[in-house]
Design a protein around this ligand. Structure first.
Ligand code: CA2
Length: 145
């Protein structure tokens, strides 16, 4: 059986749809994951969707992906801007990595303009709202085909 795509969401993204809809929209993380799973079915992909508020847990899941995943679609949340540990873990993963940000990080505070993860990602989507996850998944289908 084909390996799944790991869809990893970082800290505070469990609050999607519950707070700050003007920045992050009204869809919950459950809504986003359901839409991703529907699209994955059309694309012939299987997803493993996880969210964590803990840097080390995300690192552990990226290590797990080395054996278990065909690709990683990740919104590292605020860890994008701080985590060399997540970058190092992604550098040890051999498959494609796509980075998603719901908001346009370049239009926001200066500290959000740099992402460590972007140095490893095949592609980055920012500012397309939650639709960015779906666009990234379409791209992922091409990368793992
Ligand atoms: O735009 C994105 O997707 C971000 O990765 C979201 C992170 C932020 O730190 C990054 O700079 C950009 C924050 C996620 C917080 O998500 C919330 C959602 C609803 C309510 C509160 C927080």
């Amino acid at each position: 059986m084909a390996k799944p795509i790991f869809v990893l969401n970082g800290p505070n993204l469990n609050l999607l749809g519950l707070r700050q809809p003007e920045i992050y929209g009204r869809e919950t993380l459950g809504d986003v994951e359901a839409a991703l799973n529907r699209l994955a079915g059309d694309l012939g992909l299987v997803l493993e969707c996880r969210q964590s508020n803990h840097e080390g847990e995300l690192v552990d899941w990226i290590h797990e992906a080395r054996m278990a995943a065909a690709g990683i679609l990740i919104n590292p949340g605020a860890y994008s801007h701080t985590s060399v540990a997540i970058l190092d873990a992604l550098n040890a993963f051999e498959g494609p990595v796509l980075e998603v940000h719901i908001s346009n990080i370049h239009k926001r505070e200066a500290f959000r303009h740099h992402s460590y993860v972007s140095a490893r990602a095949e592609g980055v989507i920012a500012g397309f709202g939650t639709e960015g996850y779906l666009l990234a998944l379409r791209r992922m289908a091409g990368l793992v085909a």
